[in-house]
Design a protein around this ligand. Structure first.
Ligand code: SF4
Length: 385
């Protein structure tokens, strides 16, 4: 079943978008497509467009590389010759591309209002306060290794890098968490516990898969004194989970899984690990967007899948595997990432034609001091294979 997207949402959210010059509004689809294609042709090898799986069709069709955060981080780092990297995704992704880019390259986000509500749940000053509070509680910070999900600001990545930590994505979270807990520092010490931020669900789901029991996990609420925890609770914890979540993936629930199974007894459910623990446990399988795509495409003919992730990915996957396989969204109302959706073809056209006129709109430039430490945490992730 294809969910039709979503003219009403588009109309309602246009006011939240970055304003565009009048001449970029109310363009016919054909004209917009032709002008984006022409600008892309004219910019040639000077330009590379990266597109996240959650982007809308009208934008993703112009991407040179499509992928999840890990694949796109690698693509951004490999595009050493393109002068301009236009990132059709959200703010933290463009920041990561700027951190990994080669000298002389410029990273552009078509709409500066395209953020991520999860990344916004961990601010740099909150993490700085967390380190201070953990010291106050009597913990040696060397005993805690931080791992930040790539869905976090450059300031968070920098603080994590500075504290000998590492970035992860949903594709490699298990591998990175295993590395972080077993990694021997230069002074021969190992951390006793891991601080995972900003997504408590990815942390819990991955930690549990790695064999960490739920009662050895504690949730740190950055809005509470000492995270709302006692030193004894932290002492016992192997995994400290930052209280943050994805507002899209936490919409899925177990009742939806039960309803799907009733309708399709032979069907299978695959969920993204940003979903809650209960949903991931009730699903047949879980994994990153890339894993979901590979699993569904590699499944036997006749398979029926309910997929618990963002609706643009689900709709596209459904089209790609039909008629041999059936793919439906687990949430019958569709789970749209409204911030990803802010990147419109109009915004893409505006930044591309700007480049042709010698204007760089919406450059994402991470300050050098932040970049140094954030790059360390990102490079460390890219080196762990
Ligand atoms: S789907 Fe969730 S985590 Fe991903 S960009 Fe949207 S709000 Fe952020």
């Amino acid at each position: 079943m294809d969910i039709q997207l979503l003219t009403q949402v588009e109309k309602q959210s246009i006011g939240e978008r970055q304003p565009l010059p009048e001449r970029y509004l109310r363009l016919a689809d054909d004209e917009m497509d032709a002008r984006i294609a022409a600008a892309k042709r004219a910019l040639g090898k000077r330009l590379v467009i990266l597109g996240h799986h959650y982007q809308r069709d009208e934008v993703i069709k112009f991407a040179d590389f499509v992928g999840d955060s890990l694949k796109l981080s690698r693509a951004a780092a490999a595009q050493t010759s393109a002068e301009f990297i236009v990132f059709c995704g959200v703010h933290f992704m463009a920041e990561s591309a700027d951190i990994l880019r080669s000298p002389g390259q410029t990273v552009i986000l078509p709409d500066l209002a395209a953020g991520c509500s999860m990344a916004d749940m961990a601010a740099g000053d909150q993490l700085a306060m967390t380190w201070r509070e953990l010291l106050e509680m009597g913990f040696d910070l060397n005993s805690i290794v931080p791992v930040t999900y790539i869905n976090s600001s450059a300031a968070i990545k920098a603080s994590v890098g500075e504290h000998d930590g590492v970035v992860c994505t949903s594709s490699n979270a298990a591998k990175i968490m295993t590395w972080a807990l077993s990694h021997e520092r230069a002074d021969g010490t190992r951390a006793d516990r891991l601080l995972m931020l900003p997504d408590e669900h990815l942390g819990r789901n991955t930690g549990y898969k790695l064999g960490i029991p739920l009662d050895r996990m504690a949730v740190w609420d950055p809005n509470e004194h000492w995270g709302g925890l006692t030193p004894e609770t932290i002492e016992r914890a192997r995994l400290i989970l930052w209280k943050g979540h994805c507002s899209v993936h936490t919409r899925f629930n177990v009742a939806q899984i039960e309803a799907f199974r009733k309708r399709y007894p032979a069907g299978k459910v695959i969920a993204h690990p940003e979903c809650t623990f209960e949903v991931v446990q009730a699903a047949d399988l879980s994994g990153s967007t890339e894993h979901i795509i590979e699993t569904v495409k590699g499944s036997p003919k006749g398979s029926i899948w309910a997929v618990a992730t963002e609706i643009h990915l689900v709709n596209r996957l459904a089209q790609q595997v039909a008629p041999d396989r059936t793919v439906v969204t687990l949430d019958p109302f569709g789970c749209l990432c409204s911030t990803m959706f802010r990147v419109s073809p109009n915004h893409l056209l505006w930044v591309l034609e700007g480049l042709l006129e010698g204007q760089v709109y919406n450059q994402i430039a991470v300050p050098d001091g932040t970049k140094r430490w954030a790059k360390l945490a990102l490079d460390r992730m890219l080196e762990i294979r």
